[in-house]
Design a protein around this ligand. Sequence first.
Ligand SMILES: NC(=O)C1=CN([C@@H]2O[C@H](COP(=O)(O)OP(=O)(O)OC[C@H]3O[C@@H](n4cnc5c(N)ncnc54)[C@H](O)[C@@H]3O)[C@@H](O)[C@H]2O)C=CC1
Ligand SMILES: NCC(=O)COP(=O)(O)O
Length: 336
Amino acid sequence: MTRPLALTQGDPAGIGPEIALKAWLRRDDGLPPFFVLSDPDFLARAAARLGLDVPVRVVVPENAEAVFAKALPVVPLSRRVSAEPSRPDPASAAATIESIEQAVALTRSGEAAAVVTCPIAKHVLYAAGFHHPGHTEFLAALAAEDGRPAPRSVMMLWSESLAVVPVTVHIPLKDVPDALTQDLVVETGRIVAHDLRTRFGLARPRLALAGLNPHAGEAGTMGTEERDVIAPAIDRLQAEGIEASGPWPADTMFHARARKGYDAALAMYHDQALVPIKTVAFDDAVNVTLGLPFVRTSPDHGTAFDIAGSGIARPDSLIAALRLAGRLATNSTPHS
Ligand SMILES: NC(=O)C1=CN([C@@H]2O[C@H](COP(=O)(O)OP(=O)(O)OC[C@H]3O[C@@H](n4cnc5c(N)ncnc54)[C@H](O)[C@@H]3O)[C@@H](O)[C@H]2O)C=CC1
Ligand SMILES: NCC(=O)COP(=O)(O)O
């Protein structure tokens, strides 16, 4: 028996429901079986509105695989969902959060193989009192064992042609220099190297670290973070036996020839990492959370409220996320 993947509903006013339905329609392309954690009536209404021929069936996780060939298996939440496409509403936040919590609980109990998340709109959850920056940090909190601190989670955007890691993530650009410490860079590099070995099967992962400033600081004349923070962090990673290089000027490390020199690029802030990968692989890239005791993947894109309900959302990145979750779940040694 193949354990199914647990797919969260994401923000129900976004494109999550549509891409989940469309991914199920592509199940014969060798997709691993999955179930959605949502309100089955809501998903059935979404399918009808979009004109998608997707029968929805309520299941418990152990029946999901058997049902998957004939209907979209849905494990119901305790709440009804009544969102309208393109109309984000904090009233949906409790169901969105419950869906994530249930996916993690079912994965940790062994009833699901991995967590795959549909996109959430952070500001909608914040308006309802959610205090984690995003899934990445919330999943780490959910991974905390009794009496032990939460693990450090790391965001990686992965595609066949490029993998990038933002060392600082969802903070204002003006706060990046202060947030960027040697310890943060070293701990991030360690987790990336560990998970590329244990989850992705790379014997000796090569990390390339970007500078923060133009021309990687131009020998200290355009900024000093390279000299004071990033280069010493690279020395520490190398001393631990991790193949780390840099700091490289960020403007020349993402072209095709440069990408052959490393397995993952560590960028110093969100857009330095996500602009290159969304430029070269928007439809194929997957967001993977590293550092957790379970596998979590997600499409690289967001809720796309501008097109929700119009029927034009592409399921490709979600399909890539489902495939990668299936692959990682079968060959992983998790963090303990
Ligand atoms: N993993 C997650 O939960 C993520 C959530 N977000 C959230 O999404 C919200 C919206 O973010 P944006 O910056 O507007 O990015 P976005 O990715 O939602 O949309 C950017 C543009 O790409 C288009 N697009 C996105 N996905 C598409 C798809 N599957 N098919 C066709 N077109 C697609 C949209 O229509 C829009 O024009 C934010 O509130 C953000 O917090 C953003 C990224 C990841
Ligand atoms: N820009 C990437 C993003 O927002 C994903 O965040 P998360 O919800 O996966 O932590």
